[in-house]
Ligand binder design. Sequence first.
Ligand code: ATP
Ligand code: MG
Length: 422
Amino acid sequence: MRQLKVYYEGDLVGTLLQQVGQYIPKFYYDSTWIEHGFPLSLSLPLIPEDLGEKAFNFFTNLLPEGDARTRIVGKLKIPNDDFSLLGAIGGECAGALVLCTDYMDPADGWYEQISESTFDQMVETNGLSITSIHSKNRLSLAGAQDKLPIYMDGDQYYLPQNGAASTHIIKFNVLAYKNVPAYETLMAMIASEAGITVAPISYHTHTNGAFALIERYDRELVSNYDVRRLHQEDFCQATGRSSGQKYPVKDDQTDNALGEIIAILREYSSNPLQDMMKVIRWQIFNVLSGNSDAHLKNISLLYAVDANKRVTVNLAPFYDLVCTHAIERISKELAIPVGKQDNPDNVHYSDWVAMADDCGVTQKIVINEVMRLANYLPQWTVESIENFEEKYGAYPALQRIERSINILCRRAIDAIELQTKR
Ligand SMILES: Nc1ncnc2c1ncn2[C@@H]1O[C@H](COP(=O)(O)OP(=O)(O)OP(=O)(O)O)[C@@H](O)[C@H]1O
Ligand SMILES: [Mg+2]
């Protein structure tokens, strides 16, 4: 039998137990945690029984996906199964939990400055050379892109070792798609103009490469080299889905992912109305700004835990906003449809109305917000490009985003005016 211990701020939360020949381990909360702790997820009630597949889904949602995962598994020479990978790299994840085998101590981490030559190599290889780093340093972040959690002291970058906490995430250029770090940075600037709270992000060029540097909203610097981890979960975790289910099922007429997010916020958020409105705005922004990859792992809940482990839950700042519409060879299909419409170039008035119904709000709320964003986004985009180029230098490919946003906003306005003039 193998086991992994789960810790929150050094306290034992529970244990994952895997019997020989069994893929899905059992998960039990520790009895002291049941008395004094909080549920790790909206999908994992604080009960003494085995939480089974839902708990395993929660933990496997912490792991890298796609090629990033394949490379780490290859480098580590471990079996390509979730339990082995969680044991190998689950020391520093999204949120506050630390996973340890019996031989590990959750408080054993330290920091090592990244040398210039190592950093040059990371940027030049678009992050490919970081694979060996993840394996030695127990760093795990979800997503398909190569990214590196780091600790920043002034402008110096440090590598968290053996599961020490990071403060920032570096996202490198993506081999298959051009301009992603610049696009993500610009989109965050445009989103801020639209009143959307995003994790602070900046764009950096380096010898032979570029990257985006993102502040972690789930970390608090207490003092030098003392970082507090804040608990978070994404909406795959909150709804008990596996990471493979981050895209809702399109041909299932009952799958209403946006409605599900809204219902969760209505029930659990400490600021339900504000958070519900934030999600509605996020979805409209995604459609009008051509961000088709806004799936259930690209939106999260942030937990505030007081000294008595009482919890308040709120929507986390938004992240991973990319205008996929402006990138060749990426599917334009919306991860979360508007009503049942997943083609961003074909969203009609009736689809926005269906979205309002899905969210349980009036049509007016949605239509007014669509019109507000569609009217202003083109101008905010021009201004944000100006600001971007002032800060980081000329970047002609940003015009592609401007074109996408102009087209999508024009269509949205035409679709709504067509209906309201009838
Ligand atoms: N600023 C942040 N602070 C804390 N956690 C973050 C932040 N940004 C991202 N994360 C966490 O890291 C995960 C991966 O980040 P991100 O979505 O940016 O990666 P990605 O590889 O682009 O993902 P995808 O597979 O959607 O393309 C997120 O799902 C979230 O849990
Ligand atoms: Mg993502």
